[in-house]
Design a protein around this ligand. Structure first.
Ligand SMILES: [Fe+2]
Length: 557
């Protein structure tokens, strides 16, 4: 059976993936191909890439599954919220709701553009409820037979958070917390208040939080009552004479790109703190309801690596899996397996050991591009050794190898790498390459074998989605990847999964005694991570990177 899954909620992060007989073959977000960050358009490029990779035509597919329910479900929710006063009945909100519904209905949820782009197919079209798709993306790939599955995001058609019990390849629905009682909404509204882009820049708030101090009371906006979080959406949305309820209580909103004063740092601290408490409460509830100490998380809120680290370190759980594509791009990974639940069937259980699910380019293809641009490039005998020499020499390297990662993190295939021992490296990479905010931390990739030496509560963490405390004696050894609060968001690298990347870190370790690299995504600020050799070359020459190692080739400036 060949199934295709895609996300086209029209909100953000459209994506597609393809599976054959329950084996996931390929996955890519539309933004990587269209180059529009968080692209919410119909993912026709991503679907085309899936079909090409699997060498199948659309008419050979058995199922085409979209991770969003039939048009009409969300408008019904919105209308109910308008009538109950949970969502402000403004011209703009009504217009948005009506426009989204009209667009979804006109396109039959995406199946019409599918047929337009790819022709007629015998495939069965399938709408999959959004949180069910998230839940499958956590449970099927989590590696636990029995698990509490928690989905937390901005919104589904009607869901904000949900709890499921995964067992024996099946998912039992336990409870749903309806929209707009939404942690994602809470975080997004404050992200906007702090002068960042909601549903995109939540990372920035999380990174800023440790610079703030306790003291800001957000109790009116979010509370925990009898073990359950409660978000006051009405107040979060409220505006009088153009002034939001948040601004009325906490002072004027921050102007984007302006200086960040202490009061905004303190708000970021309070937002993160409240979100962590709410997530911990929800996970506790899930473990109690399912009587399981293994937890699988998905939904955009589960990208909060700081909170995930706290959940992992808590005494509530024995095992944790966070779907690395926790946001809506990952919905495709769940939707693609949904047909297996038909007639009481079981989901394919495919523990996810890596996220290298995207396009790949051979040396011959890379060489052709280098020649097209008339670039001087050297073919390396030993890619890992030469790159390790450059890194140990303080160079900032663009590293383009193998299949692109699926999900928001670069995990050593589309990465910018540097020496984590240099306390100035954070500023150097920020100023020369990423052009991003000074407070956003960089993350380490380290050999799996040394994780316990560097981190407290170390565990296999291949996806940079859990935060751990760095051991106090190691903080000065890797200062540029240790955040101000002493934490890091590590990637543990396994030899059998990423042999070249493992070798590179190992070679760097041989030269420096520190088998750890600073790893950040290969993109410029505000752009999607590079996908093709052309993207990589363009980004390399638009930045202050010193060298580009692309396949077996070295390009220097
Ligand atoms: Fe979602």
């Amino acid at each position: 059976m060949i199934t295709l899954g895609f996300n086209y909620s029209q909100m953000h992060d459209s994506s597609a993936c393809i599976a054959r007989d329950g084996e996931l073959l390929f996955a890519v977000a539309e933004e990587r191909i269209s180059r529009i960050k968080h692209d919410a358009g119909f993912p026709h490029n991503a679907i085309r890439a899936c079909l090409d990779f699997a060498k199948v035509r659309a008419d050979q597919l058995d199922f085409v599954c979209q991770g969003w329910p039939v048009p009409g479900k969300s408008i019904a929710t919105d209308l109910k919220c308008f009538l109950r006063g949970q969502y402000p009945l403004t011209y703009l909100n009504v217009l948005n709701t009506a426009r989204t519904y009209a667009s979804m209905a006109h396109q039959n949820g995406g199946f019409k553009p599918f047929t337009n782009h790819f022709g007629a197919t015998k495939a069965q079209f399938r709408f999959v409820d959004h949180h069910l798709a998230h839940a499958i993306s956590a449970y099927s790939y989590g590696g636990f037979d029995k698990a509490a599955v928690v989905v937390m995001d901005g919104r589904g058609a009607w869901e904000a958070s949900s709890i499921w019990y995964g067992h024996d390849g099946r998912l039992d629905h336990v409870l749903t917390i309806p929209w707009p009682n939404s942690l994602g909404l809470f975080y997004a509204q404050f992200t906007q208040y702090l002068g960042f882009v909601p549903n995109s820049d939540e990372w920035k708030v999380m990174g800023l939080a440790p610079y703030g101090s306790p003291g800001v009371n957000l109790g009116e906006f979010i509370s925990i009552d009898q073990g359950m979080y409660r978000v006051n959406a009405q107040l979060l949305f409220q505006r009088h004479n153009g002034i939001s309820a948040i601004a009325k209580r906490l002072g004027p909103e921050r102007t984007p790109e302006s200086e960040i004063d202490e009061s905004f740092k303190n708000v970021a601290f309070a937002v993160q703190d409240a979100c962590e408490d709410a997530m911990l409460a929800l996970v506790k509830l899930a473990t109690e309801k399912t009587d399981s100490r293994n937890v699988c998380l998905a939904g955009g809120v589960a990208l909060n690596s700081k909170a995930n680290g706290k959940i992992q370190a808590s005494c509530m759980v024995d095992g944790i899996f966070v779907q690395p594509a926790a946001s809506d791009d990952g919905v495709a990974l769940g939707a693609v397996f949904a047909p297996y639940l038909d007639s009481g069937g079981r989901l394919p259980m495919r523990p996810m050991r890596h996220a290298y699910l995207g396009p790949e380019f051979s040396d011959a293809e890379i060489e052709k591009v280098l020649r097209t641009y008339k670039l001087r490039a050297f073919k390396l005998e030993d890619v890992a050794a030469t790159t390790a020499d450059l890194l140990a020499d303080g160079k900032i390297i663009g590293w383009f190898q193998g299949r692109m990662e699926f999900g928001p993190r670069a995990l050593g295939h589309r990465s910018i790498l540097a020496d984590p021992r240099d306390p100035e490296m954070n500023a150097k990479v920020n100023n020369a390459v990423k052009f991003r905010e000074w407070w956003r931390p960089f993350a380490p990739s380290m050999l799996r074998e040394v994780a316990g030496e560097y981190l407290e509560h170390a565990c296999d963490s291949p996806f940079m989605i859990l935060t751990n405390p760095v051991r106090p004696e190691k903080r000065d050894i890797i200062p540029s990847v240790t955040h101000v609060d002493g934490s890091a968001r590590p990637q543990t690298v396994e030899k059998d999964i990423s042999p070249l990347y493992w070798n590179l870190i190992n070679e760097f370790g041989k030269r420096t005694g520190v088998p750890v690299l600073m790893n950040t995504s290969f993109n410029l600020r505000g752009e999607a991570i590079v996908n093709t050799p052309t993207d990589a070359i363009r980004t390399f020459f638009s930045s202050g990177m010193d060298a580009l190692v692309i396949g077996s080739y070295l390009v220097e400036k």
